[in-house]
Design a protein around this ligand. Structure first.
Ligand code: ATR
Length: 266
């Protein structure tokens, strides 16, 4: 059987095993996607674990997306550009890293009808998820503004990807698209808006990477202000899972099957 896995900490609430195992079943592939939790101390052992158990591929999640890079023999241009790896492929013991989150971000942005080349886009946050968005959007030619709780981190990102830093107090409703790449609004984390609602206008599209709850505080505020183009983090999660599965198996999984598995209640 094809063994694939996810590592990170904590993995308690991850929906990836359900999505991948449903895709294996649907594609008629004898395969299993398992959880292999790893603390920061244990992460350096992961390459050996992959080789010992002949694991074909592994997703890497919080908090290891950046720390895993030096452990890999090869890192794709996109992953290196974003400074984050979420997918490892094992080819005869040689481990390569890539970033399929970016495919998920691109699919969501396109689905909102936004053409980056013509768009002024605000990214909220300066962590791994924000880096993925900034890397993709800057290479696609968008005008990027970045706002973050810690301004120094926003500056780093802005310098690296060619954007402008905007303090929260100076945000004006002039964006074609606003992307929340922070956990603000995630259930059980912080039930708050990541930016003041004064940055929203009915002409702005809003993409919140948070997928739980589905109607985040930011998306609810956007709807109340008449924003019609909104997206949560569900599509991004499903698209990155599809892209990882395709890399490992050579088979593009069925979106409806993965979506149903994502939505299944535990
Ligand atoms: P990820 O890999 O998911 O992007 P991360 O690297 O820990 O996670 O980055 C989290 C981002 O969300 C950071 O930009 C963080 O802001 P700081 O740079 O100030 O730490 C931001 N963030 C976290 N909690 C937040 C909150 N409650 N309100 C606003 N921003 C928050």
């Amino acid at each position: 059987p094809v063994v694939t896995a996810i590592t990170g900490w904590p993995l308690t609430h991850t929906r990836s095993p359900k999505m991948h195992n449903a895709a294996f079943h649907d594609a008629g592939i004898k395969g299993r996607y398992v959880k292999i939790p790893s603390s920061t101390d244990e992460l350096p052992l992961i390459p050996e674990v992959i080789r010992c158990y002949s694991i074909a591929g592994m997703n890497v999640t919080i908090p290891h997306k950046q720390a895993v890079i030096p452990l890999l023999a090869e890192v794709s241009k996109t992953a290196r550009g974003a400074g984050a790896v979420n997918t490892i492929c094992n080819r005869n013991g040689k481990l390569s890293g890539t970033n399929t989150d970016i495919a998920g971000i691109a699919a969501t942005v396109t689905g909102l009808g936004i053409v980056p080349r013509n768009a002024k886009i605000l990214i909220i946050g300066a962590g791994g998820a924000a880096r993925g968005a900034a890397a993709y959007l800057s290479s696609a030619g968008a005008e990027i503004h970045i706002t973050n709780r810690t301004e120094a981190k926003a500056k780093e990102l802005a310098e690296e990807f060619g954007g402008a830093v905007v303090p929260a107090a100076d945000l004006a409703p002039t964006y074609d698209l606003i992307i929340n790449a922070t956990p603000a609004g995630m259930s059980g984390f912080a039930d708050t808006l990541p930016v003041p609602t004064s940055v929203l206008s009915s002409k702005t599209a809003v993409f919140d990477m948070v997928y739980e709850p589905e109607n985040t505080p930011l998306l609810a505020a956007a709807c109340a202000l008449g924003v019609r183009k909104t997206a949560g983090g569900k599509q991004m999660l499903i698209e990155q899972a599809k892209a990882s599965f395709a890399l490992w198996t050579g088979v593009i999984p069925n979106t409806a099957v993965m979506t149903a598995a994502f939505e299944e209640q535990t």
